[in-house]
Design a protein around this ligand. Structure first.
Ligand SMILES: Nc1nc2c(ncn2[C@@H]2O[C@H](COP(=O)(O)OP(=O)(O)OP(=O)(O)O)[C@@H](O)[C@H]2O)c(=O)[nH]1
Ligand SMILES: [Mg+2]
Length: 360
């Protein structure tokens, strides 16, 4: 899974990116610090995996990962080449989801490119630029397919009609994500930024991490209206906490009235948004978390681990992570009948632990 980070310049995109990935990208107090995109990988924190690894006596613990791409800030008129233009949006087109970072912190020392902190205004500017970029993509395709459709191909003619409707939809300022699903448009919709599931990330000051503030409330309201996900986090707090030893970090967070910095909520929101679930494989060598689409079967999931396992799939022993941890070992869970034998079409549940029997 790959998530692209967008937002105005100097709102904390790279700071968020760094606090997630520890990649050490440059984050500075001036607009357009980021020019070339930063790529980073995040291990998904998962207490279930830790607990499972302990009872399985695994030597290695391998969490699931999410890729992040941090790009240059967008400004009004990026389409016409304002700021750094918008060519780097290509990096976001390749992502499955978008994280839209919104400045919700006051700090007179950190410049806002349009004057003051204004989540609604900022969101509007970014969404307009994303819509215009999508519109350009759809119009280009409309022209190309339109020419080809003159040869009389009915499928192409249908697509031209649909593209026209989509152009209308985008021109009204509505994201492609709210356009009714259409087979004829599947290909082009796959490349549109506003078709991607989106999480608004309200970047708040550390004092507001528990209750939020009026800015994050504004961002949350807009996200809800759009049917998008919303999380608040404090990039600055996150980067401070990352430097403290575990105990001190927990004490510090407790003092601020929270259990986590918002990072885990962010990851959870991303999973929910993309319809993803986690399953585990575990033995005394390694406990490992895997990410699959909700609705995946045991055989499809086995293919994630190894293509041989999918091809030669016979059956899978499956138990919930909780049952295995409670039983204290795989053997004891099996004895207590907490482990079942499932066939290829078994639909995996979030938190299942699976041992695949296969033969090639
Ligand atoms: N006070 C405060 N400052 C922050 C917070 N998040 C980021 N900053 C500061 O804001 C400035 C800009 O942060 P960046 O992460 O570089 O912003 P960006 O959105 O990546 O900016 P560009 O790459 O220029 O588009 C830095 O000086 C950060 O330290 C925050 O939550 N609170
Ligand atoms: Mg940056």
């Amino acid at each position: 899974m790959k998530v692209g980070i967008v937002g105005l310049p100097n709102v904390g995109k790279s700071t968020v990116f760094n606090s997630l990935t520890q990649a050490g990208a440059e984050a500075q107090n001036y607009p357009f610090t980021t020019i070339d995109p930063n790529f980073g990988v995040v291990s998904v924190p998962d207490r279930r995996l830790e607990a499972l690894a302990e009872v399985m006596h695994s030597k290695l613990v391998v969490p699931a990962t999410i890729d992040f791409v941090d790009i240059a800030g967008l400004v009004r008129g990026a389409r016409e080449g304002e700021g750094l233009g918008n060519q780097f949006l290509g990096n976001i087109r390749e992502c499955e989801a978008v994280a839209h970072v919104v400045r919700c912190f006051e700090d007179e020392n950190v410049a806002h490119v349009y004057g003051g902190v204004d989540p609604a205004g900022d969101i509007e500017i970014i969404n307009t630029e994303l819509l215009l970029a999508d519109l350009a993509t759809v119009e280009k395709r409309f022209e190309r397919v339109g020419r080809a459709a003159k040869s009389g191909n009915a499928g192409l003619r249908r697509e031209v009609g649909e593209l026209e409707k989509l152009i209308h939809h985008l021109s009204n300022g509505t994201p492609a994500r709210t356009y009714p699903p259409s087979d004829a448009l599947a290909e082009v919709l796959g490349t549109l930024i506003t078709a991607k599931p989106t999480i608004y990330v309200a970047n708040v000051d550390e004092e507001s991490i528990s209750a939020g503030n009026r800015y994050s409330a504004e961002a949350e309201k807009l996200a809800t209206l759009e049917g998008a996900e919303y999380v608040k986090l404090s990039a600055k707090l996150e980067s401070e906490v990352a430097e403290l030893p575990g105990d001190e970090a927990r004490e510090y967070l407790a003092m601020l009235g929270v259990e986590s910095t918002g990072f885990e909520e962010f990851i959870k929101a991303a999973y929910g948004l993309l319809g993803l679930i986690t399953f585990f494989t575990a033995n005394n060598k390694e406990s490992r978390a895997w990410t699959v689409k909700k609705g995946s079967t045991a055989r499809q999931a086995a293919g994630k681990v190894h293509s041989d396992m999918e091809r030669g799939f016979i059956a899978a022993e499956v138990g919930s992570w909780e049952d295995i941890v409670t039983a204290g070992s795989w053997m004891r869970a099996r004895e207590a009948a907490r482990v079942r034998l499932e066939g290829r079409d078994y639909v995996l549940k979030d938190g299942d632990v699976m041992i695949v029997r296969f033969n090639i």
